[in-house]
Design a protein. Structure first.
Length: 260
């Protein structure tokens, strides 16, 4: 069993940061704060110039990182530093297929595995495309499902994913929202029995920003929540690792409250 496979045996928080943003030292400080707060998985974005899933907040951070010269090898190096600092925390890079195609699937797989990554999320790659590529043999590839994914397709994607299934909780792009969309809760309630039947945990993201959001989603059946934009907002607005850690603690507490 990999670190990622057991990460959501108990409901947990998957926390996203843009790799090496605003710079290496501060990125590592934010990641340390998240780990100290009790996150279950660290998701590290590899900056890409043409994202299809990222909303304005993450696009701003990605654009800043690219302007500072952050490239995939830099993020892989940062992941290696994270692994040295946090040997037991699952680390999952997230990017788009163009990046991996340019590097080469085998090379991407090897370099990230050597750096200590546990899996990979390619936001624009379905399972069929992964099977036709040279594949990610060592990394657990996490696939995505959306509100448009019907039950038959959902079962197929759930069987294909490794580690956990990433459920996109609403139509649109990433971004922190004040209110939890009731349709997201309905989606979780639809996904839960299918994922349970496949023996696959799932985490739901897009729009999650508060502890009560996390609690409601776990109560509805999710095994975890994915939060990114809310953390990146804190970084863009306040540049304070403590604020990032405090938000993570609120989210973790919401998840834990769901089990009481």
């Amino acid at each position: 069993m990999t670190r990622l496979e057991g990460a959501l045996d108990e409901p947990g928080l998957v926390a996203y940061l843009v790799g090496d943003h605003p710079d290496r030292e501060r990125f590592l400080a934010y990641a340390d704060a998240l780990v100290d707060a009790g996150v279950s998985v660290l998701e590290v974005g590899i900056p890409f110039s043409d994202p299809i899933a990222d909303g304005p907040t993450i696009q701003t951070a990605v654009t800043e990182a690219l302007a500072e010269g952050v490239r995939p090898p830099d993020v892989i190096e940062a992941i290696a530093e994270l692994r040295d600092r946090h040997p037991h925390v699952p680390i999952v890079p997230m990017t788009y297929t163009n990046i991996v195609h340019r590097i080469g699937y085998d090379r991407f797989d090897q370099r990230l595995t050597e750096a200590g990554a546990d899996g990979a999320i390619l936001a624009d790659q379905p399972p069929e495309a992964a099977r036709h590529s040279t594949g990610l043999d060592e990394l657990d590839q996490v696939f995505l499902a959306s509100p448009a994914t019907d039950d038959e397709r959902l079962a197929t994607v759930t069987r294909s994913t490794r580690g956990f299934l990433y459920v996109v909780g609403l139509f649109g792009t990433t971004g922190a929202r004040e209110r939890l969309d009731p349709r997201t809760v309905e989606l979780v309630e639809r996904v839960a029995p299918i994922a349970d039947d496949q023996g696959t945990p799932f985490a739901v993201g897009f729009g999650v920003s508060r502890g009560d959001h996390a609690r409601h989603l776990v109560e509805a059946g999710a095994d975890g929540v994915v939060v990114g934009s809310a953390f990146v907002d804190e970084i863009l607005d306040r540049e304070d690792p403590k604020a990032v850690g405090d938000l993570a603690r609120e989210l973790v507490a919401g998840i834990e409250d769901a089990g009481k």
